[in-house]
Design a protein around this ligand. Structure first.
Ligand SMILES: Cc1ncc(COP(=O)(O)O)c(C=O)c1O
Length: 394
């Protein structure tokens, strides 16, 4: 650290210089997080000083966190019941869900010396961190032809060591929604915790279903679902870092409870101690302001833009790796990695899969417009032609 500080104007200039290097949203096609809603940004700035780690001081902010949890439980089919916490994102939410699953098994007396969790081969990599931290062993079930976790196979893989099954509602790579409505019945009654990772799909599927999209029920309306991860900082348009873990059981969020040293300070139910109240405030502002109608309208636009992108890709002769269920489009493409690198050198960010051969993954969310798609498609074709010509010379 420098001995004497620099004037504010210099600090501002230096920060602005580095931040100017960040890629503008209108060139971003790989990110599930998006430009947050302006009201969320404004309210988060107003709450930048708040800390939900000290709820005696920030009791008003804590009240807002509780309201957000109730709003999310209501959105996900459990109005007036359940429990939950706002957390830093999908990873922490999944961690708390698995911890609660393990502790529930312990309380039931069914925890063995080798606790297992049944997951699909496309489960998010956050679970790799979680399983390592919690000493859980994944039992990996290959996805079916539709890239979904097959319920019959889940039923077969549940055994004496199983503490949890994880279904995904909106996979990171493909936006695929597992048939939670089929998985719920096979898990129910087997003393196993069913967690749904809806970090990506939680703010899409309820509204898409309202708009008539053929998507399965994935929330607490499915018997047997015990917990759900949903991320306001993805399709919920709140500021990073805003995730949420929700439980069907009114006491379940409290199963992960760590006491502090101090009298009158409540236990912590989250991994983070000091944590930003601004995330709760931002989420609350966006949920209240947009309401169901606002989210339905955003969802409709996202699907229209997705359809426009798919039509453009098909018109250019591309084949999709899977029919998109949500707003993630995966295109088969020779030399995908090289194309992605070339696009990045031209300022466009897309993603490529390490696991699904030569594919390009494009994510449509709030900042992706029809105009942006129309700008992108010719650039993609130019990149594809240049890389093909490069490859022909080799
Ligand atoms: C399905 C799913 N689960 C979990 C996560 C992890 O969320 P985070 O990066 O907020 O920790 C993601 C992130 O994209 C995701 O798509």
């Amino acid at each position: 650290m420098r001995t004497s500080g620099v004037p504010e104007t210099d600090v501002r200039r230096r920060i602005a210089t580095d931040m100017a290097d960040d890629v503008p949203w209108n060139r971003v096609l790989n990110s599930i997080c998006t430009e947050p809603h302006p009201l969320g940004v404004e309210m988060a700035a107003a709450a930048a000083h708040t800390n939900l780690g000290d709820v005696r001081i920030f009791r008003g902010t804590k009240r807002i966190e509780r309201k957000v949890v109730q709003l999310l439980l209501d959105l996900l089919g459990h109005p007036g019941g359940g429990s939950g916490s706002l957390v830093s994102g999908g990873t922490e939410a999944n961690l708390i869900a698995m911890l609660v699953a393990r502790e529930t098994a312990r309380a039931r007396g069914t925890l063995t010396d080798r606790p297992e969790v049944v997951v699909s081969s496309t489960v998010h990599f956050s679970f790799t961190k979680v399983f390592g931290l919690l000493g859980l062993t994944p039992v990996v079930v290959p996805v079916d032809d539709d890239l979904r976790l097959p319920a019959a196979e889940v039923a077969r893989r549940i055994g004496e060591h199983t503490v949890a099954v994880v279904a995904t509602a909106g996979s990171s790579e493909f936006g695929v929604v597992d048939a939670v409505d089929e998985i719920g019945p096979v898990v129910r009654g087997r003393n196993v915790h069913l967690h749904v990772d809806a970090a990506t799909g939680g703010f899409i599927i309820p509204f898409a279903r309202e708009l008539g999209h053929d998507l399965p029920q994935f929330d607490f309306s499915v018997d047997g679902v015990d917990s759900i991860t949903i991320d306001p900082h993805k399709y919920g348009l709140a500021n990073v870092p805003a995730g949420a873990i929700l439980f069907r059981g009114a006491q379940d969020a409290g199963r992960f409870a760590v006491d502090s040293f101090f009298v009158d300070t409540p236990v912590h139910n989250t991994l983070l101690g000091t944590r930003p109240g601004s995330a709760a405030i931002s989420t609350y502002a966006v949920l209240e302001h947009l309401g169901r109608d606002g989210f339905c309208s955003l969802t409709r636009t996202n699907f229209e833009v997705t359809a426009h992108l798919v039509a453009g890709l098909r018109a250019a002769g591309h084949e999709l790796a899977a029919e998109p269920q949500l707003n993630i489009v995966v295109v088969k493409m020779e030399h995908a990695v090289r194309i992605s690198q070339l696009l990045e050198s031209w300022g466009w960010i897309v993603s490529t899969s390490k696991r699904f051969g030569e594919t390009l993954r494009l994510v449509v969310t709030r900042h992706v417009t029809r105009e942006m798609v129309d700008e992108f498609l010719p650039v993609l074709e130019r990149a594809r032609r240049e890389v093909a010509a490069e490859a022909a010379l080799r």
